[in-house]
Design a protein around this ligand. Structure first.
Ligand code: SF4
Length: 355
């Protein structure tokens, strides 16, 4: 039996019930695909539902402010995606009459829509016979075809895309793509693939050759540099001072003021953060350390609570006084949530902490 037939039969039986599968539209497919990259579905589902309730159409998203979109993305990570999603909605309204274009090529021209997302939306929403290669697909295909080259190499990805494309059936290409992703998420998992439950085990080269534990392979990664920062929860007794990030991965999100500093200089650096905003520290209290692994950095943030008097002047365009009760209205990264929690004397990973 062809791989696609076995996968589709399994998918019809085993696929998870997800809000964007229950009610489908190209827009819902686009949002779900962008939200689900690098994130577990358990996290994505409530975000997706809140997002759809507030922005039910491309027009509604195009009409919203960046600030509000970021607030609804707050905690999902990869914030450039949220900004680009809104820009894509603006482009769809301006250039395509408020709908998404229906070809992979035209989808690629929308802001923030890469090869994977364009192929996924084209196949799932418009029935295009194309292969969408994501992290799950890389793993599944490298095992199915026992590809031993490192999957992070462009040449290996191109080969895996070719192998996947050859399997895409003329009927139900979108379901086929989703079946590969679903197999990777539920059965062909990174550490312990459940080959005895796998619908394509008999066709799987890694399984028959006893290579499932060694595939996929990756190139050795250089160690992430450790970056130490001093982070200041500046408070006037009732409110916290937040700064809007002007660049980097967290651009556009709100965080506590911080700057790079060795542990020995961290208290002085934290005081200086308050002084930069025209505020004089009256009391400085070290609250703890937050560790956050980013793609290219391992950040250790030493958090200080700094009490200041009432501000005499407006803190500046990218600075804002916020009461703890209003934190939920801002776009906050998980990193910001953790540092604020520690600054407020709470546990950084307390799931109940939702500013
Ligand atoms: Fe993955 Fe095992 Fe299925 Fe092969 S047989 S695709 S390794 S789960």
């Amino acid at each position: 039996m062809r791989i696609s037939a076995a996968l589709l039969r399994w998918y019809d039986r085993a696929r998870r019930d997800l809000p964007w599968r229950r009610e489908t539209s190209p827009y819902r497919t686009l949002v779900s695909e962008l939200m689900a990259q690098q994130t577990t579905l358990a996290v994505v589902v409530p975000y997706f539902q809140r997002f759809m309730a507030r922005f039910p159409s491309l027009q509604a998203l195009a009409d919203a402010s960046d600030e509000e979109v970021m607030a609804h993305w707050s905690g999902l990570g990869y914030y450039a995606r949220a900004r680009n999603l809104r820009r894509a909605a603006v482009a769809a309204v301006a250039e395509h009459g408020g709908a998404l274009p229906d070809t992979e090529e035209a989808l690629r021209r929308l802001p923030g829509v890469g090869p994977y997302t364009a192929a996924a939306v084209a196949s799932i929403a418009f029935g295009a016979r194309t292969f969408a290669l994501d992290g799950n697909g890389l793993r599944v295909l490298s095992r199915l075809f026992a590809v031993e080259e490192a999957i992070d190499r462009p040449a290996t990805r191109a080969r895996l895309r070719e192998l996947g494309t050859a399997e895409v059936p003329a009927a139900r290409p979108g379901d086929f793509n989703q079946s590969v992703m679903e197999l990777g998420a539920l059965v062909c998992t990174p550490r312990h693939p459940r080959c005895d439950e796998c619908p394509v085990a008999r066709a799987c080269a890694a399984h028959t050759r006893g290579m499932t534990a060694t595939l996929p392979r990756r190139s050795p990664k250089p160690a992430r540099p450790v970056v130490r920062v001093a982070c200041a929860l500046v408070t006037d007794g009732a409110r916290l001072l937040l700064v809007k990030r002007g660049g980097g991965l967290l651009r556009g999100t709100w965080t506590l003021p911080e700057r790079e500093a060795d542990p020995a200089q961290a208290p002085a650096a934290a005081r200086a953060l308050a002084a930069d905003a025209g505020l004089r520290a009256q009391a400085v209290d070290r609250r703890g350390v937050v560790r956050q692994i980013f793609t290219h950095r391992d950040v250790r943030a030493e958090v200080f609570r700094i009490e200041v008097g009432r501000a005499r002047r407006a803190p500046g365009a990218d600075l804002r006084w916020v009461s703890p009760a209003a934190l939920g209205e801002l776009g906050l990264s998980n990193y910001a949530r953790k540092t604020i929690a520690v600054g407020l004397g709470q546990k950084p990973d307390n799931p109940a902490f939702r500013p």
